[in-house]
Ligand binder design. Structure first.
Ligand SMILES: [Zn+2]
Length: 88
């Protein structure tokens, strides 16, 4: 699996059609399309270098306000080491 879902202790804004959004992390290197993105069943953002940028695009896509993110959310954003693809 190259993608995993990142949990937050706050709800991401719904899409414009009312779907639940998920924060996903594509663990491939950024140059081959990895990064943070947000998706629901009908749309998704492009990959971004961090969650904040992905969230900003998500809100722009869905014409919604960016939620105030609790500080603790930063700590919950685990990142697995990207060693698998970096190994020679
Ligand atoms: Zn949707």
């Amino acid at each position: 699996m190259t993608q995993r879902q990142i949990s937050h202790d706050f709800d991401l804004p719904l899409c414009a059609d009312g779907h639940q959004a998920r924060h996903m992390l594509d663990m491939r290197a950024p140059r081959v399309g990895g990064g943070d993105f947000i998706e629901c069943q009908c749309r998704s953002t492009v990959r971004h270098g961090d969650f904040d940028q992905a969230l900003a695009e998500w809100c722009r896509l869905n014409d919604t306000k960016k939620p105030r993110i609790p500080k603790r959310a930063e700590l919950l954003q685990f990142r697995l080491p990207l060693q698998r693809s970096a190994r020679p």
